[in-house]
Design a protein around this ligand. Structure first.
Ligand SMILES: *Cc1c(COP(=O)(O)O)cnc(C)c1O
Length: 423
């Protein structure tokens, strides 16, 4: 089947989510394909940030308990609004910390090496920050990370075979840390299957949801996921450095967090100022210090859009858009040396398309000059992420046309093939 301009126009007209595009600030004449790295600002996120600023202006210290969104309960409120995105009970999700900080917190809580069971299993394509956190908890507990951290190998350099992960799990493994979606190739794991297999071997499982939350529905509670953590600045559009989130299954609410601080207190007790810690009986216990209100504020407006739409429609459009993108690439870009490294089947494809090319770094520079914002990942990967809330089918079509022109004209040759400081 050939994709025609008529088809592109029809998909845009029939798009049930098209009105949401107008809610975002999209630079005139620019095509944004980098929402999996930093989502764009929406008007609702902007207005929730301004409204929280106003509450400081109008209430001073009383903003903790007065105003439209009392700050003292804001993390809990955002947790409750986030819960449907991950299929959790509202007490199981808290908006706090950062992805990496939350992983440190969760490892400090759940990594409890006993006798032979001391190892942590991850994968060799894992995001570096997660690996650094795992290495550091192993060191803190007096182990050698080179011996205790097992990284499951990739057979093709892009994806990880689920059976290879499951085969590494045994009575020597304490925790399995995996991303729900691999950040480079966009492979989506079968979270339910792997969690179940790990539990059968007595292994606790923690999932990094950075590349799936806001793009893909989850059922963390039902799947009995032990814990999860993610950022809110990618598909959730909560702004650079926006506060992250964590999930702890209610079956673990009897645990005391490894890293404690007064904002993890039972809210009724916190201001008793006692030196004996009385933790909240929910995921709220995993908070540490005073919440970063202004770095959480945009998430409120953003989550209201997700609440309105529901994850199913978002996932359906996202899958269709990545499918169309893949077909366009095949149709328009064969013979130029691109290799698609994302999984092709819907069940294991995340929210982006991943293209390998030896000239990837400078092709990305050309794309930027010509109005497309892509994402480069070392050594040779171009990631293109259509985002259901604001990408049009025309964006996809034009991106591929621009890529074809770049290849035809060898436009990229004017740049060096090196990454930028931030890439
Ligand atoms: C973006 C991302 C992170 C980032 O961690 P921060 O602590 O938010 O900087 C971590 N893990 C994965 C898989 C990511 O995609």
């Amino acid at each position: 089947m050939t994709i025609t301009v008529d088809m592109i126009n029809r998909w845009d007209e029939e798009d049930g989510l098209k009105k949401y595009r107008d809610e975002f600030y999209i630079k005139e004449g620019s095509i944004y394909m980098d929402g999996n790295s930093l989502g764009l600002l929406s008007k609702r996120a902007e207005s929730s940030l301004l409204s929280l600023l106003d509450s400081w202006k109008n209430h001073g210290i009383d903003g903790w308990t007065s105003g439209e969104e009392p700050w003292f309960y804001f993390a809990e409120k955002l947790g409750e609004l986030s819960a449907p995105l991950v299929g959790a009970k509202k007490e199981e999700v808290m908006v706090t910390g950062s992805t990496t900080g939350n992983l440190h917190q969760l490892l400090a809580t759940f990594y409890d090496p006993k006798e032979k069971r001391t190892k942590i299993v991850a994968d060799e394509l894992n995001f570096p920050s997660d690996i650094y956190a795992v290495q550091s908890i192993l060191k803190l507990k007096g182990f050698n990370p080179d011996e205790q951290l097992i990284r499951v190998k990739s057979r093709d350099g892009h994806t990880i075979c689920e059976e290879d992960i499951i085969n590494e799990l045994n009575e020597e493994v304490a925790i399995l840390i995996l991303p729900t979606v691999l950040y480079r190739s966009g492979q989506l794991f079968d979270i339910e299957k792997i969690t179940k297999a790990a539990h059968e071997k007595g292994v606790i499982v923690g999932w990094d949801g950075c590349h799936s939350v806001g793009a893909i529905p989850h059922r963390f509670h039902q799947w009995e996921v032990d814990f999860a953590y993610w950022c809110n600045y990618k598909y959730l559009n909560a702004g650079p450095g926006g506060v992250g989130a964590l999930f702890v299954h209610e079956k673990h609410f009897d645990k005391t967090p490894g890293l404690t601080g007064w904002f993890g207190s039972d809210k009724q007790k916190q201001f008793d100022m006692e030196h004996t810690f009385t933790p909240a009986t929910t995921s709220g216990a995993y908070q540490i210090g005073t919440p970063h209100i202004f770095s959480m504020a945009p998430l409120l407006g953003s989550l209201k859009m997700f609440e309105e739409i529901g994850m199913k429609k978002i996932r359906d459009k996202s899958l269709h858009q990545t499918r169309v993108m893949m077909e366009l690439i095949e149709q328009e870009l064969s013979g130029y040396g691109f290799k698609m490294t994302n999984p092709l089947e819907d069940v294991c494809r995340g929210g982006h398309v991943s293209l390998e090319h030896p000239e990837a770094a400078r092709i990305c520079k050309s794309l930027k000059e010509l109005g497309v914002v892509p994402d480069f990942r070392k050594p040779n990967i171009i990631r293109l992420a259509p985002v259901a809330l604001y990408s049009t089918y025309k964006d996809l079509y034009e991106t591929v046309q621009i890529l074809r022109n770049i290849m035809n004209e060898k436009h990229y040759e004017k740049y060096s093939n090196e990454r930028e400081v931030v890439a």
